[in-house]
Design a protein around this ligand. Structure first.
Ligand code: AMP
Ligand code: MG
Length: 337
């Protein structure tokens, strides 16, 4: 059953034992470069109330896309990036607190997660110019002005400034997670107790279905996108996946993927194929999935084992095949298959 559902949805298995299809409403839209999918169980709410909550959530997601997209010249982030003076600028409170949270992940991961990675993302061919070509010289130069430690924060005025005018920021590593959390807040406020908010595999499982005690989530096999490598049972938790297979190109016979090690300036290359992180909120799961992908298996697990409420499931290259590696608490989420 899980497998069939995943072939359709690729990431979520959304078959609810004991629940009729009429008990569930599903809403989709395109935003943040992916399909935004809200699956809402009609537990004590009408389908009209579910639709109204979904509409408000989708509107909020589109607002976030407008604020955070580096591909949109009119976004708040582009306004920061394109200001060549990089003078101190007051930000809207949402954006300021988002950047401050990113700074916490930067500290927590000792720089493995870093939103100032944008010039490196561009140098390796994944930025707005979309030129799929590696430029190691540009990357070596850009490394001089990457690092959130080169940003200055003014909490009183909710303002930021940068040590180097060439600095640029990129929220690609957390935008979906943040948007999932914002949508979940709206659904909760509207009295919805059971739903999945899914943005291209970064998702939050609200409540539970009737029988299984959680939502069944499949982890995609990075080497065979039509199959799943494991199934999780998740309740009131967020799940986010980062993988080299998600966005990459081959150049000169080598694979270049979109996740960059901000400390070396190079594309993150290690033995990982994918990292699936579980956390209480999706922005944390999203940031940690990206960071653990940069850190690699050993350092990534070392970090996660110190963080309460966070677990990871790793697909690790092993010769021509792959093996699975997990943090200590992950076993508790594995679904019986
Ligand atoms: P994700 O799919 O969540 O791992 O995010 C990957 C995206 O985040 C990339 O496409 C870049 O836009 C950005 N990114 C790449 N490397 C990093 C990093 N080390 N820290 C933060 N963001 C990154
Ligand atoms: Mg991420």
């Amino acid at each position: 059953m899980i497998k069939n559902a995943l072939i359709a949805l690729l990431f979520i298995s959304f078959v609810l034992p004991g629940r009729a299809e009429s008990d569930v409403c599903k809403f989709t839209c395109l935003s943040l470069g992916t399909t935004v999918e809200l699956t809402i169980c009609l537990d004590g709410i009408s389908s009209a109330a579910a639709k109204s909550a979904a509409d408000e959530s989708m509107a909020r997601v589109k607002e976030i896309d407008k604020m955070l997209s580096v591909f949109d010249k009119k976004s708040a982030v582009s306004a920061i990036n394109d200001d060549i003076s990089k003078r101190t600028r007051s930000l809207n409170p949402d954006l300021y607190s988002l950047i401050k949270r990113c700074n916490e992940y930067y500290a927590l991961t000792r720089g493995a997660f870093d939103i100032t990675v944008e010039p490196l993302v561009e140098a390796w061919g994944f930025g707005p110019s979309q030129i799929r070509k590696s430029d190691p010289c540009a990357a070596a130069e850009a490394l001089k002005y990457v690092g959130m430690d080169k940003m200055v924060f003014d909490d009183a005025n909710k303002a930021v400034s940068f040590d180097d005018p060439r600095m640029r920021i990129d929220f690609g590593g957390i935008a979906k997670g943040y948007a999932v959390d914002e949508a979940v807040k709206i659904l909760k406020r509207r009295g919805i107790s059971s739903a999945i908010v899914n943005m291209g595999g970064d998702l939050y499982c609200m409540g539970s279905n009737t029988a299984a005690g959680g939502w069944s989530i499949g982890i995609r096999n990075p080497d065979d996108k039509k199959s799943i490598i494991a199934a999780l049972l998740v309740k009131n938790k967020a799940v986010a996946t980062s993988g080299s297979y998600e966005n990459f190109y081959i150049y000169g016979g080598r694979e270049y993927s979109h996740i960059i090690n901000p400390r070396t300036g190079r594309v993150a290359r290690n033995n990982l194929r994918s990292v699936t992180a579980l956390a209480d909120d999706c922005m944390t799961a999203d940031a940690l999935a990206t960071a653990v992908f940069v850190l690699g298996e050993r350092k990534g697990l070392e970090l996660v084992e110190k963080l309460p409420g966070i677990d990871v499931f790793l697909v690790v290259k092993d010769g021509a095949g792959a093996r699975i590696s997990m943090s200590g608490g992950m076993e508790g989420y594995m679904a019986k298959r």
